[in-house]
Design a protein around this ligand. Structure first.
Ligand SMILES: Nc1ncnc2c1ncn2[C@@H]1O[C@H](COP(=O)(O)OP(=O)(O)O)[C@@H](O)[C@H]1O
Ligand SMILES: [Mg+2]
Length: 305
């Protein structure tokens, strides 16, 4: 079997409090991300999502377990993996072009100024910021700043894009526009993405697979939901597809109820192979279509409802 782009094997994270008590935030997580896949992680606040993203990026270390990128163990941050943070994290004294050029020059130090600018311009155009090259972050709206963050991350052509609730600080209208742009850009560039979100509709719009985390402490991956909606989906036609409400109800039901009561000690739960579920098709449809077995963890598809 081909090596996935990201392979996470049994990672756990423990923090020691001031009084010496040890809290295990999440425990024994296993998942993989294939090249070109868009994977979302959903779970309640505090279950360790940001910590997982930091471990994947190499900015933090897990207490146990391993993360492999292209078969090699992660030992620290790398330009292989670009992070888009919740806040935009732009350098306020640099222009839009300057912020992106800074990252591009670090990635390709041998490039001359005009090559760097030409490369940056492609990504400025890609995120629809043409004409704003000379503006500084203080002159930009929240949505524009986040676009600069996206352009900067994509411009270094990372193997993996890691996003931590990138649209959560934006108003609903801007969020919708940016979600569609990310969908278009990822389709065009076949970018592999790992994204944390609180927003069920955002996950259904963007993700191929949605990892569901139980509440902490000792948070687990309860299951991985396969998005069976066609990749040609848009924000406007999403809700017209018959799979949409089934997937949405399944995710909401998880967040409202099952994330609290999920019991990992049931005999048929194996953390190394979290169940891969397809709530989208109705059961007869799923059988008739003979859905191919996803490559993620090798466990056969189960329809859970
Ligand atoms: N450096 C740290 N020291 C101690 N506890 C931490 C630290 N970083 C995160 N935590 C704790 O770990 C838990 C998970 O945090 P986080 O990954 O930010 O969760 P999420 O992103 O899912 O909201 C929280 O309870 C948080 O208080
Ligand atoms: Mg977080």
């Amino acid at each position: 079997m081909n090596e996935p782009l990201i392979r996470v094997e049994g990672i756990s994270k423990k923090f020691t409090g001031r009084d010496g008590t040890i809290t295990t935030v999440f425990d024994d997580l296993h998942f993989a991300i294939e090249p070109g896949e868009f994977v979302c992680l959903i779970g309640h606040s505090g279950c360790g999502k940001t910590t997982i993203l930091n471990v994947l990026s190499g900015l933090d270390q897990s207490s146990s377990g391993y993360v492999f990128v292209g078969g090699r163990e992660v030992s620290g941050p790398s330009l292989d993996r670009a992070v888009i943070f919740q806040g935009h994290a732009l350098m306020p004294w640099l222009t839009v072009m300057g912020n992106i050029a800074f990252a591009v020059s670090s990635r390709w130090p041998q490039w001359n100024k005009s090559k760097v600018r030409k490369h940056c311009q492609q990504y400025i155009d890609l995120v629809n910021l043409t004409g704003s090259e000379k503006k500084r972050p203080a002159e930009l709206s929240g949505g524009m700043k986040q676009r600069v963050g996206i352009a900067r991350a994509l411009a270094i052509q990372p193997k993996m894009l890691l996003m931590d609730e990138p649209f959560s600080a934006l108003d609903a209208l801007t969020r919708g526009v940016l979600q569609e742009e990310v969908l278009r850009i990822c389709a065009e560039t076949r970018q592999t993405v790992f994204m944390i979100t609180h927003d069920v509709d955002e996950a259904i719009l963007l993700a191929d697979k949605i990892i569901l985390m139980t509440n902490g402490p000792r948070a687990k991956i309860a299951e991985i939901v396969v998005n069976t909606m066609p990749r040609s989906r848009t924000r406007h036609n999403l809700h017209k597809h018959p799979h949409y409400y089934r997937i949405r109800n399944h995710l909401i039901d998880f967040l409202v109820d099952r994330s609290k009561v999920f019991a990992s000690d049931t005999p048929d739960y194996d953390p190394r192979h979290p169940p891969l579920v397809t709530p989208g098709p109705d059961p007869d449809e799923a059988v008739a279509a003979q859905m191919p077995k996803p490559a993620l963890t090798g466990k056969p598809l189960a329809v859970v409802r």
